[in-house]
Design a protein around this ligand. Structure first.
Ligand SMILES: Cc1ncc(COP(=O)(O)O)c(C=O)c1O
Length: 408
């Protein structure tokens, strides 16, 4: 205990001399330090560790907004968003992203969500209602066995029948398997994985759409789970991959805390206006609107942060970051190959998966772990986000080289 106290005193002195402010709580200061150090080698999860919100917080506290209780309950996509909320900013956020996801400004609806999962919840719920309201028949959900588990969990929660479609070794839904599973008597609610969580696979939407087109009598709704990839792809030459117009999907969900670097969970959900209009009506006079979205109270600070980042970072910087990430991903794969470390990557992906290194390395770099017999068993991956620079990749490769030379 005494030793711990001395350590804290040293830490507080460091904190006073150096960068951060002591909280006055030993436990909190120690935890902050652990995070500050770990942030530099946080390689395994899709979180941008270079959040650009410092001046946002300065403004927020400086103006006393931290003493205001904010809530975005209600629909932001009206002509007159509620003044005592941040809905006007939320609406502008959706308008900024509308062309990037290939929607028309006259045929779009959207909100800033609490997370990618919240966006998927809306996509699945809106899709099931849309199909039921058109046909009077509950749909079957088709989703690949490599898609993020939140989709299966949400279908369970919404009492929807799910057919898990086998994916190929790289993690993409197999079109022939979808065709075998299709039930021509029920509508199809497709969930396309745009970046499966471990291998970073994108379902081949054009091939899957071609299968569906063979059955014109099946009513179809397509939701895209683009939690991570939906962040950076709009800013690359692959923008059409996330375009509703090109890929013919109705809705899309993206996380705000992944590529965009919002410092806690948030996200975006967009769908066509037609889909929104085809949802159940709950006219709530005291909220000044028809409440079609799932949540009543909604976070009002996250839309402000999104709006702030659009002004301060914006299209050009995000393009630079997205293309830099693609370059660093190719660099990582190349460096792994050079040292003979088995590794794989999907097209368009910023995730490289490879033979799992020792616990010492995967713990230090917070690598996410996976297992697949097809690729030799134990695996790990790196998600190349903005903070995973070439210099840090070099240090990581040196650590792996050390492991190779020890085993020889
Ligand atoms: C493909 C995919 N979908 C959904 C999610 C869930 O997103 P969130 O953590 O924002 O709820 C993740 C999270 O990693 C993901 O990778």
């Amino acid at each position: 205990m005494k030793k711990q106290f001395i350590l804290w005193m040293v830490l507080s002195a460091f904190v006073l001399v150096g960068c951060t402010k002591s909280s006055g709580f030993q436990k909190l200061d120690e935890w902050t330090q652990i995070w500050k150090e770990g942030q530099q080698t946080f390689f395994g999860y899709p979180a941008n560790q270079e959040s650009a919100l410092q001046d946002f917080y300065e403004w927020y506290v400086g103006t006393g907004m931290d003493r205001v209780n904010l809530n975005n309950a209600g629909d932001p996509m009206t002509d007159e968003p509620w003044n005592m909320s941040t809905q006007a900013f939320e609406k502008e956020v959706i308008e900024f992203f509308t062309p990037l996801y290939g929607y028309d400004k006259d045929d779009v609806w959207g909100i800033v969500t609490h997370s990618g999962t919240d966006g998927n919840n809306h996509g699945i719920y809106f899709g099931a209602n849309d199909l039921y309201n058109k046909t009077g028949i509950r749909p079957i959900v088709y989703v690949s066995d490599e898609a993020h588990y939140s989709n299966m969990r949400l279908c369970d929660l919404q009492n929807l029948e799910v057919k898990l479609i086998k994916s190929d070794p790289m993690g993409r839904m197999i079109p022939e398997e979808l065709e075998k599973a299709l039930d021509p008597t029920r509508p199809a609610l497709m969930i396309y994985a745009m970046g499966s969580t471990f291998k970073g696979a994108i379902d081949d939407m054009e091939a899957l759409n071609a299968v569906l087109a063979k059955y014109p009598d099946i009513a179809v709704y397509r939701h895209v789970d683009a939690a991570l990839f939906g962040g950076y792809l709009p800013f690359t030459k692959y923008q059409q991959m996330v375009s509703s117009k090109d890929m013919h999907f109705e809705s899309i969900a993206i996380s705000g805390h992944k590529f965009f670097g919002i410092d806690s969970p948030s996200g975006l959900f967009l769908c066509t206006r037609k889909v929104y209009d085809n949802q159940h009506n709950y006219n709530v006079t005291y909220l000044n609107g028809n409440m079609k979205m799932i949540n009543c109270s909604r976070d009002a600070v996250q839309p402000l942060k999104f709006w702030w980042l659009i002004q301060k970072v914006g299209y050009d910087q995000w393009s630079k970051q997205a293309n830099g990430m693609m370059e660093c991903t190719a660099y990582l794969q190349n460096e792994l190959t050079k040292i003979g470390w088995p590794c794989w990557r999907n097209e368009y992906s910023n995730t490289v998966f490879f033979k799992r290194p020792s616990p010492e390395i995967y713990r230090k770099y917070n690598l996410a772990l996976g297992y697949d017999d097809y690729f030799g068993g134990e695996l790990a991956h790196v998600v190349v986000m903005q903070h995973v620079t070439k210099e840090k990749i070099d240090t990581f490769i040196e650590a792996l080289k050390g492991e190779i030379s020890q085993s020889n």
